[in-house]
Design a protein around this ligand. Structure first.
Ligand SMILES: *Cc1c(COP(=O)(O)O)cnc(C)c1O
Length: 398
């Protein structure tokens, strides 16, 4: 396509541009279309198929009825900023200033984009884990920054301190950590996070942490980087109500960061969306103030779902990862004789009536070795749907 502009840099950063310049749809669009066309169970895209907590949904309806339908304040309504502050205090013991250190965004996606665009100059390096959430690569490319990756290797996708040490240099502007991790479900432990903080100091880098799955861990602790010694002053924490409250379509996210960084990010955010989601902001405030049991139950229920799908995949003959958090499990199809996950994912609707996403879609072409036979499946679905998927997948063995 012969159209000038930054889009082609974004497309190639997001691995959507083939060598001969052909623009492909994202793998999620392709696989969701395949699920729709074939009627297969869509375990490709990570969105829940059940509504979130009733008080949260009711609060949004009430907000619309009550007239919360015009531009809210640019940094977010006071009630939501107060609820974010209470949440950081209640769960992590962090003291945050609601007027200077909190910014409400159009989902975590806008928070990530505004942060990278605000804080990177062209040529700066941004270090992320790999496999990575697709928007990171696109946004880093949009900013004209350089994307440097740290491998998480099968089968357990642990972050190795030596790998992160090798990636961070004086050229690093941002170390972007995503834990609990999409797509692998790995949860980075306290000691390794402390290494990240030390590296940030040593090389004068900022830390951006994507914690959208902060409440969705299974028996392991989620450690927010901002709680570690020496981290707070250089850490931008990003989260969202989408995953925690099963409201991925609402796009209410937030940034928590020191005042000067928050101001810099707001400067960009206000020209991306200006403001967002007036009636959903008070509703997410209600969610963040739900009692502890809500958060505990949500994680427990999701953990059971992980087990149902994992057991089904294992019975079907896959080698299956044991994710400590997130919506996703990684299944290796090699023991079943499938070495190419792209090919398997295209055929899986016909073979088993199920859709997954090849893990290679989250990895740069030149780094795909070691990921080729791996498939990401989402388990944030109704239990009966997961049981049906498990039963259908069992047929793969024969
Ligand atoms: C879903 C997701 C996001 C996007 O969150 P929104 O609030 O929907 O924009 C960001 N990061 C990761 C790792 C995600 O899985």
């Amino acid at each position: 396509m012969d159209i000038p502009g930054a889009w082609s840099r974004v497309a190639s950063g997001a691995m959507l541009l083939s060598a001969d310049g052909v623009l492909r749809p994202t793998i999620f669009a392709e696989m969701s279309a395949l699920a729709l066309r074939t009627g297969a169970i869509n375990l490709g895209q990570g969105f829940p198929d059940e509504d979130g907590p009733a008080p949260v949904l009711e609060a949004a309806r009430a907000a619309i009825a009550g007239g919360a339908n015009q531009y809210p304040p640019g940094i977010g309504i006071p009630e939501l900023r107060a609820a974010i502050v209470e949440h950081q205090q209640r769960f992590y013991g962090l003291n945050v200033d609601p007027d200077a250190e909190v910014l409400v965004t159009a989902g975590a996606t806008e928070a990530i984009a505004a942060t990278i665009l605000a804080l990177c100059e062209p040529g700066d390096e941004v270090v992320t884990l790999e496999p990575f959430y697709d928007s990171y690569a696109a946004t880093i490319a949009l900013a004209g920054a350089r994307h440097v990756t740290v491998p998480l290797r099968a089968p357990d996708f642990r972050l190795e301190p030596d790998d992160i040490r090798a990636a961070v240099t004086d050229r690093t502007r941002i170390i972007l950590v995503n834990s609990p991790h999409n797509p692998t479900g790995t949860v980075v432990g306290r000691e390794v996070l402390q290494v990240v903080v030390e590296l940030a100091h040593e090389h004068d880098a900022l830390i951006v942490t994507d914690e959208v799955y902060e409440h969705l861990t299974f028996g392991v602790e989620h450690v927010p980087i901002a709680t570690l010694p020496g981290a707070r002053d250089r850490t931008i924490t990003i989260s969202s109500g989408g995953k925690t409250f099963s409201t991925t379509g609402w796009k209410v996210g937030w940034v928590v960061a020191p005042p000067a960084l928050t101001k810099a990010i707001l400067t960009v955010k206000q020209f991306l969306t200006y403001v967002n989601a007036a009636p959903f902001q008070p509703a997410i405030a209600v969610g963040l103030r739900l009692p502890d049991e809500y958060f505990r139950d949500a994680a427990e229920t999701l953990g059971r779902k992980r087990d149902i799908l994992s057991t089904g995949l294992r019975r079907a003959g896959f080698r299956v990862s044991n994710p400590d958090g997130s919506y996703f499990v990684i299944a290796d199809a090699a023991p079943l004789g499938f070495t190419d996950a792209d090919d398997l994912c295209r055929r899986l609707p016909e073979l088993a009536g199920v859709v997954g996403v090849p893990l290679g879609a989250f990895v740069r072409e030149e780094h795909r070795e070691g990921y080729r036979s791996l498939v990401r499946f989402a388990f944030c679905k109704r239990i009966d749907v997961l049981e049906r998927a498990a039963a259908q997948l069992a047929g793969l063995r024969s």
